[in-house]
Design a protein around this ligand. Structure first.
Ligand SMILES: [Zn+2]
Ligand SMILES: [Zn+2]
Length: 295
């Protein structure tokens, strides 16, 4: 069985709304007509606060799923094994506390530091913020595509490097502490990995675009990324998600879920392009089955 046409239609409608209705709402109701703050200070706090709002609101929804185990959602659970808090509650709570410390230190120390470098040292300092230069739908679309392609390149190759045996135990091992991932695992990473494997690839497009990019596009790209990475670690394969329909074989949440389960293969972050080119897609994906459950 494949996802129903209703789910596909929902995914297409959501994608169109993301590039059309959402920017219009931001323009009409959220974006300030005049920014009185220094532009760099505005950019710094705008991206910092936006990241926190997005991360915690998206994860709040997933935590509702985990806590209440709605039947409708649980049918889309990816792994055969029970949720980790059911197999060993004490171990899970210890892991959750450790994870909270790692995530908070990434969010409160690493992200501000990287934002500072990005805004004050690189070209991103020239990113547009004015209402007069609010980006068109076409501009948002092509720039997010550029960001996704560059992020995918950077993420794939840094991820492969992080799996290289001599350095794996020092950095990437932390992220792989979650075998059965939950949504917050997306930011559970050693700070070196968080900088070189996450933030740098993710901001590569923004840095290169410089003044061609508007802060709204940067914010929308961040929204895309947080939705994608949270879903990729959520443990669910939601059939209405637009991420199920990405090109270069299906790069849905199960793709990265399987990476955590099996440790090797499926290194890609946005597309599966580099995995396809380099032959690192797990053989299971050559016989794609939407309803498959994983051991
Ligand atoms: Zn990995
Ligand atoms: Zn992961």
């Amino acid at each position: 069985m494949t996802p129903s046409s209703g789910n596909k239609l929902f995914a297409i409608a959501t994608t169109i709304a993301f590039f059309t209705i959402l920017p219009k709402l931001i323009k009409d109701y959220l974006w300030p007509s005049e920014i009185k703050l220094d532009r760099n200070i505005f950019l710094f706090f705008y991206m910092l606060v936006l990241h926190q709002i997005l991360f915690y609101s998206v994860n709040f929804v997933y935590f509702l799923f985990y806590i209440f185990e709605f039947k409708f959602i649980e049918q889309y659970k990816l792994n055969k094994q029970e949720w980790p808090w059911k197999t060993n509650r004490e171990e899970f709570i210890t892991q959750l506390i450790r994870s909270s410390k790692i995530i908070l230190s990434n969010q409160l120390v690493v992200i501000p530091l990287m934002l500072y470098l990005n805004i004050y040292v690189t070209k991103s300092t020239k990113i547009r913020t004015e209402m007069e230069s609010f980006p068109s739908i076409l501009e948002i679309f092509w720039q997010i595509t550029v960001c996704a392609v560059l992020d995918d390149f950077g993420f794939y190759w840094s991820h492969r490097l992080l799996h290289w045996r001599p350095i794996y135990p020092y950095f990437h091992k932390v992220h792989h502490e979650f075998k059965h991932t939950i949504s917050i695992s997306s930011e559970h990473a050693h700070f070196v990995e968080f900088i070189f494997g996450n933030m740098l690839p993710s901001n590569l497009g923004i840095i290169l675009l410089g003044s061609k990019c508007h802060a709204v596009t940067w914010g929308l790209w961040l929204t895309f990324k947080i939705l994608k990475t949270s879903e990729g670690h959520s443990g669910y394969h939601l059939p209405w998600s637009p991420f199920n329909y990405f090109p270069f074989i299906v790069l849905a949440s199960e793709f990265h879920n399987y990476h955590h389960l099996k440790f090797k293969h499926n290194y890609g972050g946005v597309f599966a392009f580099w995995d396809t080119v380099c032959g690192t897609v797990h053989p299971v994906y050559r016989d794609y089955d939407f309803n498959r459950k994983y051991d």
